[in-house]
Design a protein around this ligand. Structure first.
Ligand SMILES: [Zn+2]
Length: 276
């Protein structure tokens, strides 16, 4: 990891990072110091640490417990499901075990089920298996009245269709890459839309167009750290201290001040994750 990439010149005060992976092995042990001194120590508002399989869910929770202001989301990611050995039922029940009572959720600092969804980018796609995991976890979210964090990569039609089949479930589409039309439809149905560093990319026009139509009370910001660093850090290790570039881009798109965008995205995240 390049040391330079975890420096930050701008303020992180009040920012709420709705989606990051600080337990990822790519941090090589550097995440704890960054979180405590570089981020929370400088006034960062909050982070949702998002697990991608039943194994890293445990590390994700342990890390959230170490940092005030950090919360956990646990679930099985569409590209992680094919590496799992057990049946869909068995693997999803490992997730269920972590969050099926209010007491456990409080203890484990769990605020959402995720990330779950569909990803048709990487070969082999294993579409059927992905769908089985997605459905099983949407059903679990419905049963427990939990918000979900959706990963939708090149699977917009199927993701949209699936969430419509669970009309009681709400949540957020993270690092949104769908059309403005899809964003509008999701928001109309009570969903939130989260934007990552992609809105700062030269080729991020589609994400910017979607951000334009998302109502102010439905918009979230995220890093997806350690991935998707915003410009001018594209390609480097990403972290919540770089999120101000993303929030600054969003504030320009929405025509509000940077400070208002920080406050609004944080308020929206707290409302969605029940932290208000
Ligand atoms: Zn992610």
């Amino acid at each position: 990891m390049e040391k330079k990439s975890i420096e930050n010149q701008l303020s992180v005060k009040g920012l709420f990072d709705s989606h990051a992976h600080y337990f990822d092995s790519r941090w090589e042990g550097q995440a704890e110091d960054l979180l405590e001194n570089g981020l929370f120590g400088k006034g960062l508002g909050g982070i949702v640490n998002v697990a991608t399989d039943p194994e890293n869910a445990l590390r994700c929770i342990e890390q959230a417990k170490r940092h005030e202001g950090m919360y956990a989301a646990v679930g099985i990611h569409p590209t992680d499901c094919k590496a799992l050995r057990g049946s869909v039922d068995d693997e999803v029940s490992r997730i269920r075990y972590l969050l099926d009572t209010e007491e456990k959720r409080r203890e484990n600092k769990i605020v959402a089920l995720g990330e779950i969804g569909l990803d048709y980018h990487w070969e082999p796609i294993e579409e059927e298996l992905q769908k089985q995991y997605f459905h099983a976890q949407m059903a679990l979210a419905e049963e427990l009245s939990l918000p979900v964090i959706i990963h939708d990569r090149e699977a917009h039609g199927d993701c949209f269709e699936t969430v419509l089949r669970y009309p009681k479930v709400r949540g957020v589409f993270h690092s949104f890459s769908g059309s403005a039309e899809m964003a509008r439809e999701l928001c109309r149905r009570g969903w939130y839309i989260s934007f990552s560093g992609v809105v700062t990319f030269k080729n991020g026009r589609r994400a910017r167009e979607a951000a334009m139509v998302v109502p102010m009370d439905r918009i979230l910001a995220e890093t997806d750290a350690p991935y998707l660093a915003p410009e001018p850090f594209r390609g480097r290790m990403n972290h919540s201290g770089l999120m101000n570039y993303t929030v600054s881009a969003l504030s320009e798109i929405k025509g509000v001040s940077y400070e208002d965008m920080v406050r609004i995205t944080a308020e929206n995240a707290r409302r969605l994750f029940g932290l208000a």
